[in-house]
Write a protein that binds this ligand. Structure first.
Ligand SMILES: Cc1cc2nc3c(=O)[nH]c(=O)nc-3n(C[C@H](O)[C@H](O)[C@H](O)COP(=O)(O)OP(=O)(O)OC[C@H]3O[C@@H](n4cnc5c(N)ncnc54)[C@H](O)[C@@H]3O)c2cc1C
Ligand SMILES: NC(=O)c1ccc[n+]([C@@H]2O[C@H](COP(=O)([O-])OP(=O)(O)OC[C@H]3O[C@@H](n4cnc5c(N)ncnc54)[C@H](O)[C@@H]3O)[C@@H](O)[C@H]2O)c1
Length: 480
């Protein structure tokens, strides 16, 4: 049976991005239907941010207790893996979406379950789980918020060996005795840290020479030190030639001819857009591509300005908070267009995701944490800025030495010498994530260095790093 219905806005995908976009279009009074093929809440809620952070936090708390004379003595054992996994299950809402369905209902959006596909301009076909075909048409806009999935490279035997991807790494119900992790990005380092803390013997296989390639090099170095100190076997410059699983164990052959065996193998080698079965060719785009958008999140190359893409699927910044930000921006832009109001598209305007280009914050929840926003020194130089790079040992700030005995960390700020504002800030150290928002405000607010001196950090907090960085900058002779 085919049913046809018309709405102002159709949102494909109910991850954090789709939810935020729908929230804005509903707030503007536009009728909005959200199509979801799996769980309302998306990857983030069930197989990414929430369960991964729930797996990591107990290990970090234990490390924090062990880092202090007096509390160290009270730690008499390792983590209770069963309790950690049970807590993780509750943070993943036991892989049920009733709570988030209730929220969608509360904002007055209509939920349709099924796989949505574009079928020409402003038209979407949904194959529902009970075999029906729904045809939805949009008076104003269709917003694609379908996210990404993990990619597996072409390695002989890999697919047959059924490796873990981020989904299994965040939802596994038992702790494997041993785990090989392939990759050097965020998923690889976080999941290596989590499963090692839960009792797995983890080996991290990195094909390059460093971790976290998009951050300051010292961040990857300190994370590698932290992983090794926790017991992870970190190996650089290694590549997998073939994989096979027999008798329960996975056997990995490296290109140098050596072999490794483990109970499980996790591939954390990046993401692909969920656009291969989305009907993109019906609107002149290529199936399987990332969706290139302008700063309002309107898809480039589609006439009429009705197609938007926000979140992971547009490849601007694969992070939940940036997806939500884009959802808010695109939702506001769609509402303005529907109501015949002009768009505010000047940098930092209400209808443009300027922060995607200038100030994307990210925290990597390893021990130590990496917290970075804006440009790294190398990215700033490549972008043609005249910069001064200011480094400081985070451990020598009084507040940090109170936080942990032998606190190890480092901070960097990258200053735009022409405009005397910050382009990027990176903090690496235990608990460094909570330092990040001040840096994000300084960069997005384009706060001049001279004014930052008046933002006095409380004593004795780790935030005194701001004062130390400013003093170092002043004493380098580049500032009074
Ligand atoms: C292990 C891991 C940990 C992470 N940790 C963090 C973190 O700590 N912080 C952070 O900021 N980011 C983190 N991320 C990234 C974060 O998960 C993503 O940036 C975020 O989920 C993107 O949100 P989204 O709404 O764009 O896409 P998704 O969350 O992927 O949601 C897309 C939704 O669309 C649905 N869908 C897809 N195709 C269709 C279709 N054709 N029809 C209907 N529905 C469809 C999907 O089922 C899904 O529900 C992590 C990622 C991973 C893998
Ligand atoms: N805390 C967080 O904010 C958080 C946590 C997890 C994921 N995420 C986001 O999710 C996204 C996906 O993360 P990811 O780690 O899967 O991807 P990524 O792109 O960050 O890292 C992929 C890594 O795999 C390596 N690689 C690629 N192909 C390979 C191959 N064939 N063999 C060996 N190594 C290979 C790359 O060199 C890179 O080091 C990222 O953009 C990240 O920002 C964020």
């Amino acid at each position: 049976m085919t049913t046809e219905t018309e709405y102002d806005v159709i949102v494909l995908g109910a991850g954090p991005t789709g939810e935020n976009l729908a929230d804005r279009t509903r707030a503007a009074g536009l009728s909005t239907v959200v199509v979801e093929s799996e769980l309302v809440g998306g990857e983030c809620s069930y197989w990414a941010c929430m369960p991964s952070k729930a797996l990591l936090r107990p290990g970090a708390a234990l490390a924090a207790a062990r880092a202090l004379a007096g509390s160290r003595e009270a730690v008499t054992g390792g983590l209770d893996a069963r309790a950690v996994l049970a807590r993780r299950d509750s943070f993943a809402s036991h892989w049920k979406d009733d709570g988030q369905v209730g929220w969608l209902d509360g904002i007055g959006a209509v939920l349709v379950r099924g796989q949505g596909r574009l079928a020409g301009p402003r038209r979407v076909e949904v194959s529902t789980p009970d075999g029906e075909l729904l045809v939805l048409t949009a008076r104003h806009a269709v917003a694609v918020c379908t996210g990404t999935r993990a990619v597996l490279p072409e390695v002989p035997g890999l697919a047959e060996a059924e490796p873990w991807t981020s989904r299994e790494a965040t939802s596994a119900r038992t702790v494997p005795a041993s785990l090989l992790v392939v990759g050097g990005g965020v998923v690889a380092v976080e999941m290596a840290a989590a499963w090692q803390s839960l009792g797995s013997r983890v080996t991290l296989l990195v094909r390059g020479q460093g971790l976290l390639p998009r951050t300051e090099p010292f961040a990857g170095e300190l994370v590698a030190d932290g992983l090794r100190a926790a017991g992870v076997d970190v190996r650089f410059g290694v590549e997998v030639a073939r994989v096979d699983r027999s008798g329960g164990e996975v056997r990995v052959e490296l290109t140098d001819g050596s072999t490794l065996n483990a109970e499980e193998l996790l591939y954390a080698t990046g993401r692909a857009p969920r656009t291969d079965d989305l009907g993109l060719s019906s609107v002149g785009l290529t199936d399987g591509d990332w969706l290139a958008v302008d700063d309002t999140c309107a898809v480039r190359g589609v006439e009429g300005g009705w197609l938007f893409a926000a979140g992971d699927v547009n490849h601007r910044a694969l992070l939940t908070h940036q997806g939500k930000y884009q959802g808010r921006i695109a939702g506001a832009a769609i509402a303005a267009l529907a109501q015949g109001r002009p768009l505010d598209t000047a940098d930092w305007g209400a209808h443009v995701a300027t922060a995607d280009r200038a100030a994307v914050p990210q925290v990597v929840f390893t021990e130590p944490e990496v917290a970075a926003v804006g440009l790294s020194a190398e990215q700033a130089e490549r972008a043609g800025h005249r910069t001064e790079v200011v480094d400081y040992d985070l451990g020598s700030v009084a507040g940090a030495s109170l936080q942990a005995d032998g606190y190890t960390g480092r901070a960097r700020m990258v200053v735009d010498q022409d405009r005397r504002v910050l382009l990027g800030v990176t903090f690496v150290g235990p608990g460094a994530g909570e330092l990040l928002q001040a840096a994000t405000v300084a960069i997005t607010g384009e706060v001049p260095i001279e004014r930052l001196w008046h933002a006095v950090p409380a004593y004795p907090t780790v935030s005194e790093i701001w004062l130390r960085l400013l003093e170092t900058y002043r004493d380098s002779g580049r500032s009074e």
